[in-house]
Design a protein around this ligand. Structure first.
Ligand code: AMP
Length: 284
């Protein structure tokens, strides 16, 4: 496994791989790797000659009062995880390497960002799109792997790839969970012990919503109420949002039909957690 901190050096190596017609699978991450990330790496390993993982906590996608400073980091451990999952290259740039000077171009995501995390984290997806455009140009992957835990991010990445004509196949990967249902996340370590006990209620609430929908409930407000009362009952967290939209368009619906997403964000003391379920309804 090779570790690169320098953009040019990685690009030189990648171009050589391309000359040798090797396919490149790419997993962008912010590190503190867990089994969710590992699952993306395993998928990439199965489908590509070379697997590249980037580890970069991107300051551009954090708001002023968000957790950029306290975001967990452990590069030593990350190297072991990547090694164990047969990653070929780790790209681990510094902030200066990625953003050496004031930008001359800014990217603004204009579709599908007026809802969910786009609404509650202004500028977040502009930061995500900016870093991904750079990373895609650096890594030049054939396939890029993204987790459905961040379903809105998947929708935004789809827009980036299409709008900017990247010859990259986006591969969405299902959410990996702890045994108690909590979606694996680097941020889970920042939960206080009692919050860690309460946090699985997010997924349980989502499952209650699914059950109600499967049993015929089609009113989005009623579904939101079910999830809201459950999470409020079971946790001391503050609900940031519980929203239901068509997926992947992220449009509001009066009556649930087609493919839908129920997405939740809950704030605890030091961490904000997100989760979602995507449900395919039978059309009438
Ligand atoms: P992050 O390091 O949190 O930016 O995540 C890097 C990639 O891993 C993103 O595509 C995430 O959606 C994905 N990811 C994070 N958590 C999970 C999970 N529990 N299951 C599957 N993918 C995940």
């Amino acid at each position: 496994m090779k570790i690169f901190t320098n953009i040019k050096e990685l690009q030189t190596d990648i171009l050589q791989c391309k000359k040798e017609s090797k396919s490149i699978g790419y997993v962008p991450t912010m590190g503190y790797l867990h089994e969710g990330h590992a699952y993306l790496m395993d998928q990439a390993r199965k489908e590509n000659d070379i697997v590249v993982v980037s580890i970069f906590v991107n300051p551009l996608q954090f708001g002023p009062n968000e957790d950029f400073e306290s975001y967990p980091r452990d590069f030593e451990r990350d190297q072991l995880v990547a090694q164990n999952h047969h990653v070929d290259y780790i790209f681990y740039p510094s902030v200066d390497e990625m953003y050496p000077n004031q930008p001359s171009v800014s990217v603004s995501v204009v579709d599908r960002t007026d809802v969910l995390c786009g609404k509650s984290r202004p500028g977040h997806f502009d930061g995500v799109a900016t870093v991904l455009i750079k990373l895609f140009n650096i890594v030049m992957p054939d396939k890029a792997y993204f987790g459905m835990k961040d379903a809105q991010q998947v929708a935004v990445v789809d827009g980036v790839i299409n709008d900017f004509n990247f010859p990259i196949e986006l591969v969405p990967v299902e959410t990996v969970r702890e045994e108690d249902g909590l979606a694996k996340s680097s941020r889970n370590v920042n939960l206080l012990p009692e919050e860690r006990v309460q946090a699985p209620a997010i997924y349980q609430g989502l499952k209650l919503a699914k059950e109600a929908i499967v049993n015929g409930e089609t009113d989005p407000n009623k579904i939101v109420n079910i999830v809201e009362s459950y999470i409020n009952d079971q946790t001391k967290g503050t609900i940031d949002y519980i929203e239901i939209y068509s997926y992947p368009e992220l449009r509001e619906m009066d009556k649930l039909t087609g493919k839908i997403i129920i997405a939740v964000a809950v704030k605890f003391n030091n961490v904000r957690l997100i989760d979602n379920l995507i449900i395919q309804l039978k059309n009438e």
